[in-house]
Design a protein around this ligand. Structure first.
Ligand code: NDP
Length: 447
């Protein structure tokens, strides 16, 4: 149930953004948490901060024409939603996936507002992408697409204006092509205009690993708060992309045993623990399907096509693929299988029914806004290094990431306590993230 005033805000969001279901879901989740804040801070309601916060500052939609290797012309649609710049330049990744439409970009951008605020770093929020599918495309095709995409987007970017990064379908290769085209068009070597760059041209140590590592650090903190650890625990990670691979790496270093991971076609179970070198070879070097991992790994590993990885029992679950991948039924299966902690590496991977199930079962639940904030936090550190033309060591950067995750964890718990919802990381993350942006918006006047 929503506070009466918030119900009206939500109705308005539904009416003004028809059909954008993921966006509605993301807004509702925040509204469900912030009721108690309004009682303590009537100034937010007086200045219509809540109404303002859910209306993007700017939305850009554009045509992306490009030519494939056979000379055939394709037309995709590009997006950039610049949602909130009260705390700093718009900051958030680009997603290239056939499912991308305005509702997905807006849900991701709205998550980014509160996540970026939660990091305590000076970054506003945005998100973008295109309904382009890089799967099966040659490097040259991906390059041509990225160049066409940036030929429109560049005019909206700048190190003090809007700073994109990667997301699904946008990794180091794509960031390189995007940055190359930006540099060419503007005739400026403006390193801070995009993050997730390669180490050879202004990238930061630990940015590639940051989201996955950060998620593992966050879950470690949740386990510690309950007097336990990863040691010897059975872990399942969904996805096998950037976030998943480095979550698996750090969890294994922290003593957990990752027994399964997935892609959009199915999952692999490997009871001895996922072989990380093999996984990286198949996914990062060869860009092949996860089934190839199982074929090469031989006895002990099995590939299960077309089913959900959440049927594999585990003590810790790290959903790191995409939105709405854990249904209420998946959550029930996880609880039955002995799951005690969930850390969202992906954005909004758990459906509202799933969150309810975890809450009722007393599972420690770290929402994406908090648990995957390490990626954007390390992007902000990349911007800091670019601005000072400096580059930090891997060890120092990883230590900074760990401190940031531990600080976010502590603030979520503290805020949840203050507002009478002890142990509720969802409420803690939403309220803490909301308050910092709301205070900045109040201070900046009606803009
Ligand atoms: P990648 O493209 O590197 O990997 C995505 C993985 O998820 C792949 O294994 C992919 O499988 C799987 N996947 C994607 N879409 C679907 C789908 N519709 N159904 C099932 N599986 C799917 O992306 P990232 O690892 O960068 O991103 C994963 C999640 O983490 C996203 O929710 C993203 O928003 C979030 N995130 C990413 C950050 C980053 O720094 N990269 C930062 C914070 C959050 P397949 O190859 O078969 O498509």
């Amino acid at each position: 149930m929503l506070h009466e005033r918030l119900e009206a805000v939500y109705d308005n969001v539904l009416r003004r953004n028809a059909g954008e279901t993921e966006f509605h879901q993301a807004v509702r989740e925040v509204l469900e948490s912030i009721g108690p804040v309004l009682g303590k801070h009537p100034e937010y309601a007086e200045q219509k901060i809540i109404e303002r916060i859910f209306e993007p500052e700017r939305q850009i939609i554009f045509r992306v024409p490009w030519e494939d290797d056979r000379g055939e012309v394709h037309i995709n649609r590009g997006f950039r939603v610049e949602f909130n710049s009260a705390l700093g330049p718009y900051k958030g990744g680009l997603r290239f996936h056939p499912s991308v439409y305005l509702g997905i970009v807006k849900f991701l951008a709205v998550e980014q507002i509160f996540k970026n605020s939660l990091t305590g770093l000076p970054i506003g929020a945005g998100k973008g992408g295109a309904d382009f599918d890089p799967k099966g495309r040659s490097d040259r095709e991906v390059m041509r697409f990225c160049q066409s995409f940036m030929t429109e987007l560049y005019r909206h970017l700048g190190e003090h204006t809007d700073v994109p990064a990667g997301d699904i379908g946008v990794g180091g290769r794509e960031i390189g092509y995007l940055f190359g085209q930006y540099k060419r068009i503007t005739n400026r070597y403006e390193s801070g205009v995009i993050t997730g760059k390669g180490l050879a041209y202004g990238g930061a140590q630990v940015r590639t690993e940051a989201t996955g590592y950060g998620c593992a650090f966050f879950v470690e903190e949740m386990l510690k708060a309950r007097g336990t650890s990863f040691d010897g625990r059975r872990v399942v990670v969904s996805g096998s992309g950037n976030v998943a691979v480095y979550a698996i790496e750090k969890v294994s270093e922290l003593g957990g045993v990752v027994v399964a991971c997935s892609d959009s076609s199915g999952y692999v179970v490997d009871e001895k623990g996922i072989d990380l070198d093999l996984l990286k070879q198949v996914k990062e070097v060869e860009r092949r399907r996860l089934s190839v991992y199982a074929d090469r790994r031989g006895a002990g590993a099995a590939y299960v096509a077309g089913r959900s990885v959440w049927e594999v029992p585990c003590e810790v679950a790290l959903p790191s693929a995409t939105q709405n991948e854990i249904t209420g039924k998946d959550a029930e299966a996880l609880v039955r299988g002995g799951c005690v902690a969930v850390g969202e590496g992906a954005n909004m991977p758990t459906m509202p029914e799933g969150i309810r199930v975890f809450r009722e079962a007393g599972v420690a639940f770290g929402p994406g806004k908090a648990a995957n904030a390490g990626g954007v936090a390390t992007s902000a550190l990349e911007m800091q290094q670019n601005a000072s033309r400096d580059s930090w060591t891997f060890e120092f950067s990883e230590r900074r990431l760990q401190e940031i995750m531990s600080d976010i964890h502590a603030r979520c718990l503290e805020t949840a306590d203050t507002y009478g919802m002890p142990g509720d990381y969802v409420a803690g993350a939403n309220i803490d993230g909301f308050r910092r942006v709301a205070d900045a918006m109040l201070a900046l006047g009606l803009i």
